[in-house]
Design a protein around this ligand. Structure first.
Ligand code: ADP
Ligand code: ZN
Ligand code: ZN
Length: 827
């Protein structure tokens, strides 16, 4: 009879923990349990049930509660979790935590209990209880006594009831815990994640009576998004609540209740076909045939679908998923963070209606849990989502597709630092099903896999309808400066072409890949830049927004784009008090202002993280672009991602080649991808497109080959550069960050690891560093790093594990070390 379970807990420790169970109700492997762990109750996942008495001498505590009668995670996902833990050298419990919508289902309650010290204070006075002099106000001291009194009986009392009976807030209570007057416990309760929401639905086929402005506004919004909208979303249009009620009374709109799952807006240009409505052309048919062959053969088969921008990849994905559905199987489509636009959602809904489940980062935990359960019950067999959707518990999964497989947002930048694309390939392998990675600019890792035959290569090198790729013109900004003698943001050529585009009644978009107004504020007297208090990063100047109908941005300020810290704009240099502060580097906000001066009649919109914060924002901006209300869009790389706007004929690129100077071997690849993707937004409709790229490095191969639409040439050239250095894809790499709030510690620990590596040969591993990380301080934490390179992955993993063991033996805390296998960001 099993007496023990090994539980993986979400703590940064590379091991499982053993608890005892009552043999009769031992939980299943894959079930969640609540267990005590260093004074807290934690939820973990059972990974082994056994009857082997542990011999390490630790006291074995019993499992407090079994949350699932059966495995919540199927065997397949448990195996995937183990692979991730192994491959990324990450604790299994943390991997599992990321796979479950745990937080949504568990409400954590804080409870406080009086401690020995607290009793002494209560009976003998504070002087006896604490050696430190209290800094508290007399009022707070009274509250502390009230708390101690309320807890005197010894029982645990909830934070909420203590708060109402004594007036003490959480900070005060936590202060008492610090002084050891109280102890704190965390209790977790399960709750039902499902919730209902109200949806306004347009009633079909009714003759419109006379409507007032507010009523009209609602009707227009509703029809613009396909007839369904959450009532909650309608509120943001600033229409009184009674208006909707009136429309319902008049029979024009009805309100339905639905489980919180379906927020498919769906921007759609009138007259434009959905992807699934096109009959596939020859190129698309061939690509589909390749995938379909793998589908009918069965078995693991990875494909790289290299399809240029506008070649119609989405329609191929849809057709493949449709076939799967017809065969009774489910499909999983992963899209980049920004790729799950309302346009994509709308297309999915149009093609697959209720079979679709969406998983994206803007779902609330409750919504995520609801989608998760819907998928698990097999109610949605078309699952579309961003990175973590790769863990969706889809039964009978037959196909996985990763759109824009090169996109950096597939990499999770916190533990476990997995890459959703690579996990997708592994999941397909475990399931024995085909997987398709699609991109116009494949990552060199995937390209290399296709070259050496590990992935089957499918090519789509024609745009749909025989549309040409846009002509790309490079504008040499060195010559521009020499000729004009001025440091202008926009070149004469770009202004000229943009003007002509607007005059013809067409649309233009301009990429300015930094948000804010000026991204550096420098002192002319001492030469220092104004840096964030928390980070070694120059702060960005933001102007207040006067008349944005989209948003009220905060006022004039300096902002740190890494930690979010804001401060008022100083009149003088914080270092030397000089008044000569100099604002350099134009961001998208300045770009918008300048463009409005140059083209006073243009209807300009801006797309960046200041104007696009919620899903609704992106939707409205794109809608205004589709409708032609905006004819000039300026923005950061967000504008480059996948949008299919047929009226855009001209694309301008400003200042994106400074990224070539980044201390990162992928710098050229990133610039190439961005230029290709943003160029791909031009000429997607009936009219041909034109792209102007302003550059200070027009001869750099990344810039030149992007202008020539030469992905193959670029890949060849870039491979030549990486091969001798064993950079991926010719070797594997891990970035190890050593961090601490104390500079001394970070320095000492990284030095210790560096010396350890230097003092031995760790088989097959080469170590660079330690050195200060390019961002040497982030959110008040000092950062050093070591870069590990190896030709064999097993060597890299063994080296990392040996290093972690050494670190543990040396007393370097595990949380001070961030192990980033296949690191994408080396900052
Ligand atoms: P990609 O993702 O490859 O850049 P999309 O999938 O966005 O391209 O498709 C580009 C455009 O072509 C979309 O407007 C799509 O509706 C349209 N399209 C797709 N397939 C066809 C086809 N066979 N004939 C005509 N238009 C098509
Ligand atoms: Zn100064
Ligand atoms: Zn900061």
């Amino acid at each position: 009879m099993p007496l023990f379970v090994d539980v993986a807990l979400p703590v940064p420790l590379e091991r499982a923990f053993t608890y005892s169970v009552n043999g009769a109700d031992a939980p299943a492997v894959g079930a969640r349990v609540l267990v005590p762990f260093s004074g807290q109750r934690l939820m973990g996942v059972v990974i082994r049930v056994h009857s082997v008495q542990p011999t390490d001498g630790f006291e074995i505590k019993p499992v407090q509660q079994v949350l699932d009668d059966a495995a919540l995670l199927p065997d397949e996902l448990m195996k995937l979790a183990e692979w991730i833990a192994q491959y990324y050298v990450a604790p299994l419990g943390e991997v599992l935590r990321g796979m479950l919508p745990l937080n949504a289902e568990i409400r954590r309650t804080l409870l406080y209990r009086i401690a020995e010290q607290g009793r002494r204070v209560l009976y003998e006075g504070a002087a006896k209880g604490s050696s430190r002099r209290s800094k508290l106000t007399p009022e707070d001291q009274n509250k502390e006594y009230a708390v101690l009194n309320a807890l005197e009986s010894g029982g645990a009392v909830k934070l909420t009831s203590l708060r109402s009976s004594t007036g003490a807030n959480k900070a005060l209570l936590e202060g008492m815990v610090k002084k050891r007057w109280l102890t704190r416990e965390v209790e977790a309760d399960e709750r039902d994640a499902r919730r209902l929401e109200k949806i306004a639905v347009l009633v079909d086929d009714v003759r419109l009576p006379k409507l007032n402005d507010n009523q009209m506004k609602i009707m227009v919004e509703l029809s613009a998004v396909g007839g369904r909208l959450r009532v909650q979303d309608l509120r943001s249009f600033g229409v009184p609540q009674s208006t909707l009620a009136t429309l319902v009374k008049r029979g024009l709109v009805r309100v339905e209740e639905a489980t919180e799952s379906f927020h498919l807006g769906g921007v759609h240009a009138p007259g434009k076909k959905h992807a699934h409505e096109h009959a596939l052309n020859e190129t698309q048919t061939e690509a589909l045939a390749g995938i379909a062959a793998a589908m009918s053969e069965g078995g693991f088969k990875p494909h790289l679908l290299y399809g240029i921008t506008g070649s119609g990849k989405t329609a191929v994905y849809f057709a493949a998923m449709r076939r799967m559905l017809d065969a009774g199987k489910a499909s999983l489509l992963l899209v980049p963070e920004i790729g799950l636009t309302p346009a994509m959602a709308g297309q999915m809904h149009a093609a697959f209606s209720d079979e679709v489940a969406l998983l994206h980062s803007q779902l609330s935990p409750d919504e995520r849990a609801e989608q998760w359960h819907r998928i698990r019950r097999g109610e949605a067999r078309i699952v579309v989502g961003t990175r973590s959707a790769v863990f969706a518990p889809v039964p009978a999964l037959g196909l996985i597709i990763v759109d824009e497989e090169h996109d950096g947002s597939y990499k999770q930048e916190e533990t476990p630092r997995y890459n959703g694309r690579d996990v997708a390939v592994m999941r397909a392998k475990l399931l024995g099903i085909p997987v398709v990675l699609g991109s116009a600019t494949p990552s060199l890792e995937s390209w290399n896999n296709a070259q050496n035959g590990r992935y089957a290569l499918l090519k789509m090198e024609q745009r749909v309808m025989d549309r040409p790729l846009p002509a790309v013109e490079l504008v040499d900004m060195r010559a521009e400066f020499a000729q004009t003698g001025a440091e202008n943001i926009f070149s004469r050529r770009l202004i000229e072409e943009t003007q002509a585009t607007l005059d013809r009644g067409e649309q233009a978009i301009i990429l300015l890949n930094r948000r804010g107004y000026s991204y550096v504020v420098m002192c002319r007297a001492c030469g220092d830049k104004i840096e964030c208090e928390n980070c070694a990063i120059a702060m960005t100047f933001h102007k207040p927004v006067v008349d944005s109908d989209l948003h009220a941005e905060p006022g004039e300020r300096l902002e740190c784009h890494y930690c979010g810290y804001r401060r008022t704009v100083p009149k003088t240099c914080p270092k030397c008090q000089s008044e000569h502060l100099y604002y350099m580097g134009a961001g998208s906000q300045q770009g918008e202002e300048r463009l409005q001066e140059i083209f006073p009649a243009a209807r300009i919109g801006r797309m960046d993280r200041d104007t696009v914060r919620g899903r609704g924002d992106m939707e409205r901006l794109l809608q205004r672009l589709h409708s032609g209300e905006i004819n000039l869009l300026v923005g950061t790389q967000m504008i480059a991602k996948g949008h299919d706007i047929h009226g855009v004929t001209t694309v301008g690129v400003v200042g994106c080649d400074h990224a070539l100077g980044m201390p990162d071997f992928r710098a050229a690849e990133r610039v190439f991808q961005l230029l290709t993707q943003v160029s791909g937004r031009a000429g997607r409709g009936d009219l041909p497109g034109k792209v102007l790229v302003q550059s200070y490095h027009p001869d750099h191969y990344a810039v030149r080959m992007a202008a020539e639409h030469d992905y193959l040439g670029f890949a060849r050239r870039e491979m030549q550069f990486r091969r001798p250095f064993f950079y991926p894809p010719f070797g594997v790499l891990a970035n190890v960050l050593v961090q601490s709030q104390e500079l001394n510690e970070a320095l000492a620990w990284s030095g210790q690891l560096g010396r350890w590596f230097a003092g031995r040969t760790v088989q097959g591993v080469r170590v660079l560093g330690p050195a200060a990380a390019p961002v040497a301080r982030l959110k008040r934490i000092y950062r050093f790093h070591l870069l590990l390179k190896a030709q064999r992955r097993s060597d890299l993993q063994a080296g990392l594990r040996a290093m972690l063991q050494h670190a543990e033996a040396q007393g370097i805390p595990r949380k001070a070390l961030v192990v980033d296998v296949d690191a994408i960001s080396l900052m």
